[in-house]
Design a protein around this ligand. Structure first.
Ligand SMILES: Nc1ccn([C@@H]2O[C@H](COP(=O)(O)OP(=O)(O)OP(=O)(O)O)[C@@H](O)[C@H]2O)c(=O)n1
Ligand SMILES: O=P(O)(O)OC[C@@H](O)[C@@H](O)[C@@H](O)CO
Length: 406
């Protein structure tokens, strides 16, 4: 087992406080958590996550294991890690990867500055990979920062769209019931075929659900289940909740999850994931401009940009502050930068910003620079806004780093 990034930063704040949520329906939300945390006498609990990422992605049909397939030039697993890292109360994230992919995983951790990551070797099956991750947490080794958590989240590395609310719900439910898992309505009806390939039984769809991830368990419940697990179950099983029931006699609480919890399995899932990511990262734009610049044309530009990008959040910064924010990754949610340079002045600041963005290794559409002459300024800014909006939405790599001169 190894620590993924040197000096991995550990969350400043301790784990979630759930004792005040005891008995609450898993409808607990992050805001409930922060309210509960403020209560005197409330107790925080230690939460860690195990991410199985040791598969070969056969059904994806490409040589690269799907967890390493790029979306907007960034590996799929990096989006999942980023989603979990946004949850400050997950103190450790243990990722199970094959020995041959350890190097690639370490490079991803380094390049995208992932934190709190520990790597373990994957097993021949998903259950064995998860078990290896749990063993790393169980060891309470003095020479590593890993310690046994009270609750452990298990989440497939190829499910990038996981949000804090559903994580909090499954953790709160696991604290209460010993195990919990996200579920979703079935899209297709489940049937079982007879030996001769004909319909034997058709299950009533409304009475059944699809088991998704994340799942969460009291650590001892799931660790004990894996320790007692038969080789057959380790080899052919696909459901952790079933192991908790069968070996630890613990009935998982089922939590309705949001639509985006699905697992990337086939190539179409990668295309779907890319369009969801594009859509999500087009909602925030950082407009970099010198405060001495004439405000009126900039206001016209911003108005035109808002018309093109639905519910876009526009932040403006002067160049120096934008550079500092990028260096300190204070703009984590923002992947679009527009540098306004209307006075045809020296591009020094803009070039410095471009260089910082390239160095920051964020998977972003490089800033689009709008240079407009004095004449027809309003019209060219409006046109510029339309072009920039489509660049932000489409993120075609062929158009990266364009310099627009109107
Ligand atoms: N020996 C294995 C097999 C799978 N997984 C992980 O378990 C998750 C869900 O499994 P699945 O979607 O089946 O992934 P693959 O096994 O890679 O896909 P396929 O069955 O198409 O080969 C994935 O993150 C995968 O990397 C794992 O850690 N170790
Ligand atoms: O079976 P696979 O290895 O393709 O994927 C694992 C899924 O079955 C699993 O993530 C959910 O069903 C929840 O257990």
């Amino acid at each position: 087992m190894e620590r993924g990034s040197p000096g991995a930063s550990r969350p400043v704040e301790p784990g979630p406080c759930l004792s005040s949520l005891r008995g609450a329906e898993p409808a607990a939300s992050a805001s409930t958590l922060s309210a509960a945390r403020a209560q005197p006498g409330s107790r925080v609990i230690a939460v860690a996550a195990v991410l199985p990422a040791g598969g070969c992605g056969e059904r994806m049909g490409v040589p690269t294991p799907k967890q390493f397939c790029p979306i907007l030039e960034r590996p799929l697993i990096s989006y999942t890690l980023q989603a979990l890292e946004r949850v400050y109360w997950i103190k450790d994230i243990v990722v199970a990867v094959t020995r041959e992919n350890m190097g690639a995983m370490r490079n991803i951790i380094q390049k995208y500055q992932h934190t709190r990551i520990s790597l373990v070797e994957a097993g021949e099956t998903r259950h064995r990979s998860i078990f290896n991750g749990l063993k790393a947490l169980a060891k309470d080794q003095p020479d590593t920062q890993l310690s046994k958590p009270e609750v452990v989240i298990i989440h497939d590395a190829v499910r990038p769209f996981v949000e804090e609310d559903v994580l909090l719900k499954v953790v709160a439910a696991a604290k209460e019931h010993g195990a919990a898992g996200a579920i979703r309505p079935l899209v297709s009806t489940v049937i079982s075929p007879s030996a001769d390939g004909c319909l034997e039984i058709s299950l009533e769809r409304a009475r059944h659900r699809a088991s998704e991830m994340p799942q969460a368990f009291l650590f001892d419940v799931i660790y004990e289940a894996y320790r007692q697990c038969s080789d057959y179950d380790l080899e052919f099983g696909t459901e952790c909740l079933h192991l908790a029931l069968k070996y630890s006699h613990t009935k998982a609480k089922l939590v309705e999850g949001p639509p985006d919890l699905w697992k990337v399995t086939y190539k179409r899932d990668l295309y779907a994931a890319e369009s969801i990511i594009k859509e999500r990262i087009s909602h925030a734009v950082c407009v970099v401009m010198d405060p001495k610049q004439d405000k009126e044309p900039v206001d016209h530009f911003l108005e035109a940009l808002k018309n093109e990008l639905n519910d876009v959040k526009i932040e403006s910064r002067e160049p120096g502050q934008a550079g500092r924010d990028i260096q300190q990754s204070n703009l984590e949610q923002c992947y679009n930068f527009v540098s306004m340079n209307i006075m045809m002045s020296d591009f020094q600041e803009t070039r410095k910003l471009l260089h910082m963005l390239e160095e920051s290794n964020l998977s972003i559409l490089y800033p689009v620079v709008v240079v407009s002459g004095e004449q027809k300024l309003q019209e060219s800014l409006r046109q510029g806004a339309i072009i920039i909006a489509s660049l932000i939405k489409e993120r075609s790599s062929a158009l990266v780093g364009q310099l627009l001169v109107a």
